[in-house]
Each structure stands twice: as structure tokens, then as C-alpha cells.
Design a protein. Structure first.
Length: 395
């Protein structure tokens, strides 16, 4: 196993049924004796790994794997290969990555787990990610197998308009998470990496359910439109308020923040529409909140005749700095006994995970689990986390 036969796999993928992705992947590894290849997709809550059905694989292999306390889960959270020697061969688990976003795990049995074999398995996981990403545009199969339970209509609407949860480049990384994953209805986010500029928008629509999802869709659509027109964040901020007031005859609004980072200098400019202040993480600890005088939430400024011109705050980031954006559902999540999760607890946990040098996506996953566990998996409001990390200018 000196490498992958990418040509054979890509040619097969051109006419492959979405359900036959495991068969396509086996073509890439050639005749090395690989068997029991299973594609696992992470569920929307990133708590379980759901196997794609495959009639050629033993039924006892096609079982849901937990993200915690399993070999497959270790490959997912640590983003590295995990191996176990078994009678007749070795079982290998590797992350499936779509672009920068880890979306599952690939497992297969090989005769021996030598370094060159494991490396080829890791490359097969990357290939699986690209094939699934391309196929997902024309099938519901992968979406359905990511569902541990039914999505609400509002949640389905929200997930369909969001960008990937993770993006990484040499200069910047962003990782995002929404809870409750299967019922979210008002929170959303969007971002874009355009050359040396990184743009981010975080929105929290009032209310719950489909009504909130519609408000969020308009807010996100207005933000994307103006961003792609090359508008300043001041202009985008003001237009968001106007769009909300114009298209919703009843009172509807959203809080949020818009940020723009110059990736050459690390200067972050941002505006605030009545939203909780983000946290600056430096050197493995939260050093404080970033202040910005707020406007009214989007949708209330024009309605009240107030000045909707936002204040643009700036912050000079240092290489390695991270900024944690979040919605109020994170800090206002209450335990059954009535204790709120709180800003201080969020800052402490964010600092602990950052000091452990975890990847951004693992930091937000662990923070999200802490929030949901604090409320015994019964969140009363949407809770969104977005972590942006500036790496500095590459040498």
C-alpha cells in the first residue's frame, strides 16, 4: 500500500450512487486486502457517529459509535489515526474531513498497520470528505444519516443556510457550534475568507421556532448580500436594520455582531447590535471582554426613529489570539436548580481548553457540551459559539 489510486476512485465517483461511497473508497486502496470499510458521519450535535449502511459489511460492525469513550470517537476528537491490532489484521480509524470541517470517521481493517498503510488510510479519509461533500449537493442520504433524531422544521431551515462549521487557513481559523442542534430556530452565523480579509456575522433572532428562523434567514441574507457587494461593516449594519423593519410588518428583531479582520495586520473592526460582548483569549486565558457601544437590535432602530449609525470598535490582535463570540443562550442557560451558566464559567472553561492547546473546533464542541450538560440537555434557548483564531502572517 504505497498510496491511493485516486484516478480509479474519482472515475468511479462520477457515476456512483451516493450510497456506494464505501465501494468507491475501496477502489482507491486497491488490492491490499482492506475489508469492513465503514463510513461514519457525525450527528448534528456531534455526540455520536452514525454508520452509512453497507450490505458488504458485517452487521455487528455497523453500530453507532459515541464520540466519547470509543476508538472512532478518539479519531474524531483528536483528528488523528487510531489503530487496534486484532486477530487477522488491524482496525484503523481516521477522520473524515470536508475541506477543514471534520464531519465523520472512516474505519477499515487492513493486514498490517505500518506507517505507510496508516498514512494511506488518513489520505483515504480526506478523499472520503471531498467525495461526500460533492455528492451531498444532490442527495439527502448523508443528511438523513447525520440525524440522531428528527430535526424540527426551524432547525432544518437553519442548517440549510449555514456555512461549514469549521474553516482553516494559514492566517485564520474559525469554528462554530449551535445547540440544541435538532431544535435551533433563531441563532445563525456566516463568514467569508476573501484574500486577506475575514468577515464574520453572528445573529440571534427574537423568539423561537419557524418565525425566528425566518427572521434569521432575512438577517443572514441581508448580511451576505451587502458583504458580497463590498460594503463596509457600517453600511451592512445599517442595512440590516432597514431590511428587518421593511420586510416584517410586526415587530421583529435580532441582536448580533459584525466583525472584519485584516489578516495582514490583525486589526479587527466590529459593530454591536445589542449583543453580549465577545471574549479575547490570549496566551491560553481569557483576558477580558471586548467593548463596543451597541445600537438597538436590528429591526428596532428605524422603528423607533433612533440613529442607526453604529460605532465601529477596533482591537489589535496578536498572533495566536482568539475571539469567542456567543449568543445569550450560552450564558443564560439555567441548571434545573436555577443557576445560570454565566459569563465567568464560560470564560474559565474557554481559558482551560485554550491552555490545553486544543483545536478551535474541539474547544467549541467541549464548551457546547458543558452548556447542554449544565441544563441537563434541555436548553430553553438557542446557544451558539463562534471562535475565531488569528495565526498571524505566515513567514
Amino acid at each position: 500500500m504505497s498510496g491511493l489510486d485516486l484516478g480509479a476512485a474519482l472515475r468511479a465517483a462520477q457515476v456512483a450512487d451516493p450510497a456506494s461511497i464505501p465501494e468507491v473508497l475501496l477502489r482507491a486502496v486497491g488490492g491490499v486486502g482492506a475489508s469492513d470499510l465503514v463510513v461514519y458521519l457525525a450527528d448534528f450535535g456531534q455526540t455520536t457517529l452514525e454508520p452509512l449502511p453497507d450490505r458488504r459489511v458485517h452487521a455487528d460492525v455497523l453500530q453507532t459509535e459515541e464520540v466519547t469513550a470509543t476508538m472512532a470517537g478518539r479519531a474524531f476528537t483528536d483528528q488523528r489515526a487510531v489503530t487496534a491490532v486484532r486477530p487477522g489484521g488491524a482496525r484503523v480509524w481516521v477522520p473524515i474531513v470536508e475541506g477543514s470541517d471534520r464531519t465523520g470517521v472512516l474505519a477499515l481493517t487492513v493486514p498490517t498497520a505500518s506507517d505507510i498503510v496508516v498514512q494511506a488510510c488518513e489520505e483515504l479519509g480526506l478523499l472520503a470528505g471531498y467525495l461526500i461533500s460533492a455528492q451531498a449537493r444532490g442527495t439527502d442520504l448523508y443528511n438523513l444519516h447525520r440525524r440522531r433524531k428528527a430535526l424540527s422544521l426551524a432547525a432544518s431551515m437553519q442548517w440549510d443556510i449555514l456555512p461549514p462549521l469549521v474553516l482553516k487557513s494559514r492566517r485564520v481559523a474559525v469554528a462554530c457550534l449551535l445547540e440544541p442542534a435538532y431544535e435551533v430556530g433563531g441563532d445563525c452565523f456566516d463568514y467569508a475568507l476573501n484574500d486577506v480579509v475575514f468577515d464574520l456575522g453572528v445573529m440571534d433572532a427574537v423568539g423561537h421556532g419557524v418565525a425566528s428562523a425566518l427572521i434569521a434567514a432575512l438577517a443572514l441574507g441581508s448580511y451576505r448580500h451587502d458583504r458580497r457587494e463590498g460594503r463596509s461593516i457600517e453600511h451592512i449594519h445599517t442595512n440590516l436594520d432597514a431590511a428587518m423593519s421593511l420586510h416584517f410588518p410586526q415587530v421583529a428583531f435580532a441582536t448580533g455582531q459584525l466583525a472584519r479582520i485584516d489578516l495582514q495586520t490583525g486589526e479587527m473592526s466590529w459593530t454591536n447590535a445589542g449583543h453580549p460582548l465577545p471574549m479575547l483569549i490570549r496566551g491560553g486565558s481569557v483576558i477580558g471582554e471586548l467593548g463596543c457601544p451597541p445600537t438597538f437590535p436590528w429591526g428596532l432602530g428605524f422603528l423607533g426613529g433612533a440613529d442607526t449609525t453604529p460605532t465601529v470598535a477596533t482591537e489589535q490582535l496578536e498572533p495566536g489570539d482568539s475571539v469567542l463570540f456567543y449568543t445569550d443562550g450560552v450564558v443564560e442557560a439555567h441548571s434545573p436548580g436555577g443557576e445560570a451558566f454565566g459569563v465567568e464559567r464560560l470564560a474559565d472553561l474557554a481559558g482551560q481548553h485554550a491552555s490545553d492547546q486544543l483545536e478551535p473546533e474541539e474547544i467549541v464542541r467541549r464548551l457546547g457540551r458543558s452548556v447542554t450538560e449544565h441544563q441537563h440537555d434541555q436548553l430553553a434557548d438557542d446557544a451558539t459559539l463562534v471562535l475565531v483564531q488569528w495565526h498571524g502572517v505566515p513567514a
